[in-house]
Design a protein around this ligand. Structure first.
Ligand code: URA
Length: 284
């Protein structure tokens, strides 16, 4: 069966889907001896010979999922041109290439999911699928009920209004306070910027939940593999979110602004029918 070139590369664990696309457009991928830079190119893994930087692709890796409690002052990517400590430095003994699902600021802490399942990672991060992320934050001062309500309803940031959030007061500590905030988007510095808008800058930020995953008692700098049950629950949650988003697009009458999404949703549905949607595919 033919698959998109970037999907095939990502499936081997060599790179995330986005990085695989960058490899293709940079002219580093050859199919049957010819350099391919077209992102839509389809290949048959059984028939076509694909090379990246002159090396044959390895066989697809089984999916691996792990969670790390990122400590403060660690970069949430795998490499840092500035030579700072990265999350990779905490993954000793992990032989499979995994990629962080989203980022945490250098000074933020907490739950990071890492996986080689690029499809799941993309869906978890896409704002359209509304996968919730919960942060425990310490802020300057104490929020009024009105300030909490405005965070919950959405505040205006320079890149637009935020979607509805949930905010729970946790406790007051002298002049400051702790809150739990759940958002369903992932814009850069979003939580910090939201709290700035209501006049209560964030002092500390710890991510404690992502979708169905909870940080639990994992200590800063520790990681563990997800149990099969955790991985299956997460996959199911993301599949439900994707299906829900597709349904809501399908019942909305086609308007110009919607057409692209509607076409994409229909395409995804037909791909699913052909079994191409790897979230529903069982792998060892
Ligand atoms: N929001 C932020 O402002 N920072 C993070 O690290 C995560 C969410």
């Amino acid at each position: 069966m033919e698959v998109r070139l970037q999907k095939l590369i990502a499936g081997t664990g060599l790179a995330s889907r986005r990085k695989a696309e960058a490899l293709i457009t940079a002219g580093r991928v050859m199919v049957n001896g010819t350099t391919v830079t077209e992102l839509g190119t389809k290949v048959d893994p059984e028939r076509d010979h694909v090379k990246v930087d002159g090396k044959h692709l390895s066989a697809p890796q089984p999916f691996v999922y792990l969670m790390l409690n990122k400590p403060k002052n660690v970069v949430s990517t795998l490499d840092d041109p500035g030579g700072r400590t990265t999350v990779k430095d905490y993954l000793r003994g992990v032989s499979v290439r995994v990629f962080p699902v989203g980022r945490l600021d250098f000074d933020s802490e907490g739950l990071m999911l890492l996986t080689n399942n690029g499809e799941l990672a993309q869906a978890m991060l896409h704002p359209r699928y509304h996968v919730p992320k919960t942060y425990l934050i310490k802020v300057k001062g104490v929020l009024t009920d009105d300030e909490i309500r405005s965070l919950e309803q959405g505040v205006r940031l320079e890149d637009g209004m935020t979607s509805p959030a949930q905010v729970k007061k946790v406790r007051k500590v002298e002049a400051n306070s702790w809150l739990e905030i759940t958002i369903r988007e992932g814009r850069k510095h979003q939580v910090k910027r939201m709290l700035e808008v209501v006049g209560h800058p964030v002092i500390k930020l710890l991510r404690i939940r992502m979708g169905s995953l909870s940080l639990g008692d994992l200590l800063p700098g520790e990681f563990r593999f997800l149990t099969d049950r955790e991985a299956n629950t997460l996959r199911r949650l993301v599949e439900e979110r994707v299906a829900l988003a597709e349904e809501s697009v399908a019942v909305t009458p086609a308007r110009p602004a919607r057409r692209e999404g509607w076409a994409r949703a229909k395409k995804n549905k037909s791909q699913r029918r052909r079994g191409a949607w790897s979230l529903t595919r069982k792998r060892a």
